[in-house]
Design a protein around this ligand. Structure first.
Ligand SMILES: [Zn+2]
Length: 502
């Protein structure tokens, strides 16, 4: 059986969940739903990143232990994901014992293979970034280039990962797997970083205690970033369940933002190689979700919480926006006006209107019983082409293209209804045929849009009289034209997507 393992980055517990996190997570959730429809065995992982000095200090400031602090902040993510119908299979927290075990074993393997060694290190450290900077990288007379706050001089004995020894192997890997990092521009960026020369990297700290202890030297903890990357292996069973790990690894799809490209596309494959593990099959890199042309940040006060949007747009409207309006890859600009326009055009006017019209006319002309579609309908050919395009879009991790294709079928069905005007015609075979075709389109669209519309899809399914659950259908068979049996009770209901005043 085909398998699909998809991950989001684990989110830093100190950050408040915002629509940037939601964008990645909704995408992963929709991909997982699509692959489940294909009948594949799916494993969808998300979680929270809970170590590091920032967490330790935030906990101290609030009079809590780091663990208590992380318990509270991690919960916020699970609450947001529940509110967006995110159906993950596993939520990992890096403070869990299973993750300590895997991190220790994976790092021990790299150490035993000779790729990690102790060195003296002194550098300028930004606590907010959890990263060292060189003088040249600082701005405005010594401030962190990201946070514009002072850096601190840290001196310590660190364990170093001999990343510089992996340049050739990484380039060979990129050569052998041209589709491993997408899109092409991000792949080239990663290759550029490697060709530019890699320095060995410090992977442990003695100055902080909130982290996974280095198993061969307990005075150290692993630097938060390296323990964080390993979460993907922990959840797949590395070090605890070898059979499970062999099933899920390396066929993993990481979805990441471009700000963590270096960690995922350079450090992570090298670290895996050092431990004798294959690098991930796929790293899909997306751009930033900008607000008013700027990256969301606490300091710019332009963070939008997903929960702010749900009352207006509904869960489906919010999910649909991220998947349809934001192309996965380039930077996207979030705008409330564009979100309203898309909702009204695609959901209220196109899909919502199709359902409302069909159910109304079936009630008036067919006594509320949905007729069967015409097996030779022109819409059947359209549905077939739409399925091919939608399936290709989901496979490419291009949900916006998949949904754009799906909505072509909605528009074709609306156009066919407008041409035939069954609401003006006398009941009879001609009216039955055009309504049967429209019901069949609604069935297929409910199916193909279900990765995005987690609630409305099931509602459409039920209103046109179909039994069972959309998510239990199996593609491609279920998308074939002619599946609507006819003779089912069609129910008219409240508008599925009430129009939003703009
Ligand atoms: Zn910083």
């Amino acid at each position: 059986m085909a398998r699909f393992y998809v991950t989001t980055p684990i989110y830093y517990v100190n950050d408040a969940p915002h629509i940037g996190h939601a964008y990645t997570t909704v995408t992963a959730d929709a991909l997982a739903r699509w692959h489940r429809l294909l009948g594949e065995e799916v494993f969808f992982l998300t979680g929270t990143d809970e170590h590091g000095l920032k967490v330790q200090r935030a906990a101290e400031a609030s009079g809590r232990t780091p663990r208590e602090h992380a318990d509270i902040t991690s919960r916020r993510y699970r609450e947001v994901w529940a509110s967006l119908d995110i159906a993950y299979d596993d939520f990992i927290r890096t403070t869990e014992p299973r993750h300590y075990r895997t991190t220790e074993q994976l790092m021990q393997a790299a150490y035993d293979n000779g790729w990690i060694e102790l060195r003296h290190y002194e550098g300028l450290y930004c606590v907010s970034c959890e990263a060292y900077y060189t003088e040249a990288e600082l701005v405005d007379g010594g401030l962190c280039p990201i946070h514009r706050t002072p850096v601190e001089l840290f001196q310590e004995e660190n364990y170093f990962f001999k990343l510089s020894a992996f340049e050739d192997r990484l380039l060979e890997w990129y050569d052998r797997y041209p589709g491993a990092v997408t899109p092409e521009g991000k792949r080239n960026e990663a290759i550029g970083l490697i060709r530019g020369g890699l320095r060995d990297i410090s992977i442990s700290r003695t100055s902080i205690s909130w982290g996974v202890p280095v198993p061969w030297d307990r005075a150290h903890v692993f630097y938060v970033w390296y323990d964080a990357l390993i979460n993907y292996a922990t959840a797949a069973g590395y070090g605890s369940d070898p059979d499970r790990f062999a099933r899920w690894w390396p066929a993993v799809h990481h979805l990441i933002g471009k700000d963590i490209l270096r960690f995922h596309c350079v450090y992570w494959p090298a670290l895996l190689m050092a431990a004798g593990i294959d690098p991930p099959a796929r790293i899909a890199v997306h751009g930033f979700l900008l607000v008013g042309g700027e990256k969301m940040s606490k300091t710019a006060l332009n963070q939008i919480a997903p929960g702010d949007l749900i009352p207006t747009f509904g869960v489906d409207g919010v999910r649909y926006h991220f998947l349809r309006d934001q192309a996965f890859g380039p930077d996207g600009d979030f705008s409330y006006e564009a979100m309203v326009a898309r909702y009204n055009a695609d959901l209220a006017n196109n899909l919502g209107n199709l359902l409302a019209r069909v159910s109304t006319v079936v009630e008036r002309k067919c006594g509320g019983v949905g007729p069967a579609p015409n097996p030779a309908s022109k819409l059947g050919a359209s549905a077939e082409a739409v399925y091919e395009a939608a399936a290709a879009g989901w496979a490419r991790i291009a949900p916006s293209e998949a949904l754009e294709a799906t909505w072509r079928l909605v528009r074709d069905a609306n156009a066919a209804l407008e041409a035939a005007e069954p609401w003006k015609a006398e009941p009879g075979p001609a009216v039955d045929e055009v309504l049967g075709d429209a019901l069949e389109v609604l069935r297929i669209v409910a199916l193909l849009a279900s990765p995005a519309l987690s609630r409305a899809s099931q509602e459409i399914w039920q209103r046109i009289g179909l039994p069972g659950r959309v998510e239990d259908q199996r593609l491609p068979g279920a998308a074939a034209w002619g599946g609507y049996p006819g003779g089912l009770a069609v129910r008219r209901g409240e508008p599925l997507f009430p129009r939003i005043r703009d």
